[in-house]
Design a protein around this ligand. Structure first.
Ligand code: S3P
Length: 171
């Protein structure tokens, strides 16, 4: 199986959708954030706080380079992985890139009670979400497939992704 790579903003459902896809397609669920935390032996908040975002992006790039060599995975990529074109090139070699998208207010509602996203640990997270989304939109638009997860229906998103990937196989 070619890799299925889920990209998209924080709170668009990448993790839950990637886990369900991996389960249904008998693939291996791989999270770049989990691998970064494992490699660094500390959580993402601590990495950002003590070493900064540039350092985090460097480790993220190394991890992506490594996992991109393998197949049969459903990759849950951190929301900012798209900002580095080399990441996208590496992920594309063995994978189809799928971008999940949700409305900013819905993203805010989903992430507001979670504490593990340092970039949103600011006074006005909704404003920050809108700013980051505006800046990142052209990067997210580079994906092969786009799925709107605003309605939060995970099963529907998973089925849609499977349907699109199956149709591509027939071509
Ligand atoms: C980030 C998203 C996070 C994590 C880090 C930075 C981002 O991953 O990689 O906090 O820049 O959008 P999720 O998208 O899985 O929350």
């Amino acid at each position: 199986m070619r890799n299925i790579v889920l990209i998209g903003f924080m709170g668009t459902g990448k993790t839950v959708i990637a886990k369900m896809l991996a389960h249904e397609l008998d693939g291996k669920y791989v999270s770049t954030d989990d691998l970064i935390e494992k490699k660094e032996k500390r959580n993402i908040n601590d990495i950002f706080r003590d070493s900064g975002e540039t350092y985090f992006r460097k480790i993220e790039k190394e991890i992506i380079k490594e996992i991109s060599l393998q197949k049969g995975q459903v990759i849950d990529a951190g929301g900012g992985a798209v900002l580095n074109s080399e990441n996208m090139e590496n992920l594309s070699v063995n994978g189809s890139i799928i971008c999940l998208w949700s409305e900013p207010k819905i993203i805010y509602d989903r992430v507001k009670s979670t504490g593990h996203r340092p970039l949103l640990n600011v006074e006005d997270p909704l404003k920050k979400i809108k700013e980051l989304l505006d800046y990142r939109r052209p990067f997210y638009e580079k994906a092969d497939i786009h799925i709107d997860t605003t309605n939060g229906n995970i099963k529907e998103a998973v089925d849609k992704i499977k349907e699109i990937l199956n149709a591509e196989k027939d071509v």
